[in-house]
Write a protein that binds this ligand. Structure first.
Ligand SMILES: [Zn+2]
Length: 189
C-alpha cells in the first residue's frame, strides 16, 4: 500500500525524528509501506517525516539507479541487489576529515518537480540499524552517500533547500512559494 507523501511546508518535515527503539512487526510494516511508496513515486529514498511520522527511519533503493558508486557493508562488498532496498534506522553519519565535497543536482519527493544543486561530502560512513534491530556499518560514496545524507537530514528536520546557496535557491524560489501555497490549500480541503 502506498502512503500519502507529505509536501513542503507541512510542519512534520521540520520535526526531528524520535529514535527507533522497538524493532517489531509494526516497524517492519511501516518500512515495507515506505518502500512501496518510494517505488510508486519512482524515488530513490524516502524518510519517515515524508509520510507524516517523526521517526529516525528512512528507506533507500538505488538498485535501478544508473550511477557509479562503491560500498562495503560490514566490511563486505555485497551485490547491490542483496542490500537494496535498504531500511535505515537511527543513522549516524561520519565524514572523514578533509573528504572532498561534490556539487550535484538533487530532487526530493516532498518538493515535486523542484531540483537544485547541493554540495555534500562525496564519501561517508554510516552506522545504522536494520528493520530487525541488527547493527551495520556502511561505507559508501557517490550517489549512495548523497542519498543517505539527504534522507538522514530529513530525520533531523533538515531539507535539501537548507543546503543550497542563495544563488541556487533564487532559481527555485518561485516554485517553492507556489508549492507552499498548494500544500496549504490542500490541507484545508
Ligand atoms: Zn527528500
Amino acid at each position: 500500500m502506498s502512503l500519502r507523501i507529505v509536501h513542503y511546508n507541512e510542519p512534520v518535515l521540520r520535526k526531528k525524528g524520535e529514535k527507533v527503539t522497538k524493532f517489531d512487526d509494526a516497524l517492519r510494516a511501516l518500512a515495507a509501506e515506505m518502500i512501496a511508496t518510494m517505488h510508486d513515486a519512482a524515488g530513490i529514498g524516502l524518510a519517515a517525516q515524508q509520510v507524516g511520522r517523526a521517526l529516525q527511519l528512512c528507506v533507500v533503493d538505488l538498485s535501478e539507479a544508473d550511477a557509479d558508486f562503491t560500498w562495503t557493508l560490514d566490511g563486505a562488498k555485497l551485490p547491490l541487489d542483496l542490500i537494496m532496498p535498504m531500511v535505515i534506522a537511527n543513522p549516524v553519519i561520519t565524514v572523514a576529515k578533509g573528504a572532498p565535497e561534490e556539487i550535484f543536482e538533487e530532487g526530493c519527493l516532498s518538493f515535486p518537480k523542484i531540483r537544485g544543486d547541493v554540495k555534500r561530502p562525496e564519501a561517508i560512513t554510516v552506522k545504522y540499524k536494520d528493520e530487525r534491530g541488527g547493527a551495520h556499518t556502511l561505507v559508501c560514496n557517490g550517489l549512495l552517500a548523497r542519498c543517505i545524507q539527504h534522507e538522514a537530514d530529513h530525520l533531523n528536520g533538515v531539507l535539501f533547500i537548507d543546503h543550497m546557496t542563495k544563488k541556487t535557491f533564487a532559481q527555485i524560489d518561485d516554485a517553492v512559494k507556489t508549492l507552499v501555497k498548494e500544500t496549504r490549500a490542500a490541507a484545508k480541503k
